[in-house]
Design a protein around this ligand. Structure first.
Ligand code: AP5
Length: 191
């Protein structure tokens, strides 16, 4: 099984690259952001609670996102592997993911961290905010809060995966194709 954590700050290109990786390696794409936005669109109680936090650029509680990932893993028993996009985001989530994958005897293959300068991230998200309908992309202060949350709560996971010998850092600047080539090189190295 090929299990990849695609990692990086908001706007690094995780969603964009996940779509290409899924096509090339026939994996299942699990984005906690997309799963939460589906809950919002479906008008569920979970979605309503999550929306308040997401619009403010804060993290949704660990047990909520871990529960969503657990359900998806259980719902796809024959999968060739998964790409985790926007998950894990805290130490608690990373440890839970390791536990869930150990139960399946299919640990994380590699964690690929996309490095993009902050000004570029802000510009990408503001630009998408013009027509994405995402409230969290439309206000520079909220974008800065999301980047702050990433630095304070999520970036530490690079050490977590580095200690496991699984962390690979790539340059996330350049065209989508250029970044994709760097990612596929990293995947081939780890697989
Ligand atoms: P989530 O949906 O995960 O969003 P995010 O990580 O904040 O940011 P994006 O997903 O939008 O960035 P991305 O890296 O995928 O970049 P993308 O490819 O889209 O999370 C949203 C919220 O949900 C969180 O704030 C939190 O509240 C909650 N949440 C989600 N997961 C959670 C978790 N695990 N725990 C707790 N809470 C959670 O690209 C961005 C833009 O850049 C696009 O317009 C794209 O076209 C453009 N672009 C992409 N690549 C390039 C390139 N090479 N050059 C130029 N532009 C590019």
């Amino acid at each position: 099984m090929l299990n990849i954590v695609l990692f990086g700050p908001p706007g690094a290109g995780k969603g964009t690259q996940s779509k290409l990786i899924v096509e090339k390696y026939t994996l299942i794409h699990l984005s906690t952001g997309d799963l939460l936005r589906s809950e919002i669109a479906a008008g569920t109680a979970l979605g309503a609670e999550a929306k308040l936090l997401m619009d403010a650029g804060r993290l949704v509680p660990d047990e909520v996102v871990v529960g969503m990932i657990r359900n998806k893993l259980n719902a796809n028993p024959g999968a060739g592997g998964f790409i985790f996009d926007g998950f894990p985001r805290t130490g608690e989530q990373a440890a839970s993911l390791d536990d869930l994958l150990n139960e399946l005897n299919a640990p994380i293959t590699t964690m690929i961290s996309m490095d993009v300068p902050e000004r570029e991230l802000i510009d990408r998200l503001l630009s998408r905010g013009k027509d994405s309908g995402r409230a969290d992309d439309q206000n520079e202060e909220v974008i800065k809060d999301r980047l702050d949350v990433y630095q304070k709560q999520t970036a530490v996971l690079k050490n977590y995966y580095d200690k496991q010998g699984k962390m690979q850092e790539i340059n996330g600047l350049g065209t989508v194709d250029e970044v994709f080539t760097r990612i596929t090189n990293a995947i081939e190295k780890a697989a």
